[in-house]
Design a protein around this ligand. Structure first.
Ligand SMILES: [Zn+2]
Length: 208
């Protein structure tokens, strides 16, 4: 079995979306007498690789702990948009992939090729019509390799709202640089915070 890491490493250099809570890790206490080190960690709910729950963009919608875990584990398909032109993953591209209802879909773009050393304003995102299309297909989950699925500063909120209003969770901040288009087994479990809009997650793919 080959397991591929697709989540971002978390440390003081992990880029965060501008305006979000900085990710900070430090030694809280060293207690040599007990052979113990304790770290202090502080982060926002949308740090690193993370899940957007419906409550992130839809008032009164489900919080993270209300999403069935079945959404996060199971067969998935990575779709490679990294060689396509265009600043957003388009409905046309998705239609060509013959996505079925209930699929888990991870979108690989040029973001994964460029890497995640810093935050770039011009990241590739999901187009609003494409989000409506995935929502209409009732997919189980959508993942993308950008810290937001929506255009930086964009006023078309459908990449969030269209999916989240249908209780389709979103994984943002994936690193798909080591992954080719194809079918995999996904395991992506957000930390078990209750009553909030999202949380960091560890995500891996299992190669078939
Ligand atoms: Zn998010």
């Amino acid at each position: 079995m080959k397991i591929i890491e697709i989540s971002l490493p978390l440390n003081n250099n992990t880029p965060v979306y501008p305006g979000n809570v900085p990710l900070s890790v430090s030694i809280h206490k060293k207690m040599p007498e007990y052979a113990t080190t304790l770290s202090a960690i502080s982060f926002g709910s949308h740090s690193g690789t993370h899940i957007d729950a419906p409550a992130h963009a839809v008032e009164g919608a489900a919080t993270l702990d209300k999403i069935p875990l079945e959404n996060f584990i199971g067969q998935c398909r990575v779709l490679d948009f990294s060689k396509e032109t265009g600043e957003a993953v388009s409905k046309n591209f998705l239609e060509s992939k013959k996505i079925q209802s209930g699929e888990r879909v991870l979108l690989k773009t040029k973001n994964s090729v460029r890497g995640f050393k810093e935050f770039y304003d011009d990241y590739v995102y999901l187009d609003g019509d494409a989000a409506d299309y995935l929502s209409s297909l009732a997919v189980t989950l959508v993942g993308i390799d950008s810290l937001s699925i929506k255009k930086r500063g964009g006023t078309d909120h459908r990449p969030h709202t269209s999916l989240l209003a249908k209780n389709i969770p979103i994984i943002e901040g994936l690193d798909l640089s080591k992954v080719a288009e194809g079918e995999y087994e996904l395991i992506c479990l957000p930390l078990n915070f209750t009553g909030i809009d999202g949380a960091p997650a560890r995500a891996v793919l299992i190669e078939k």
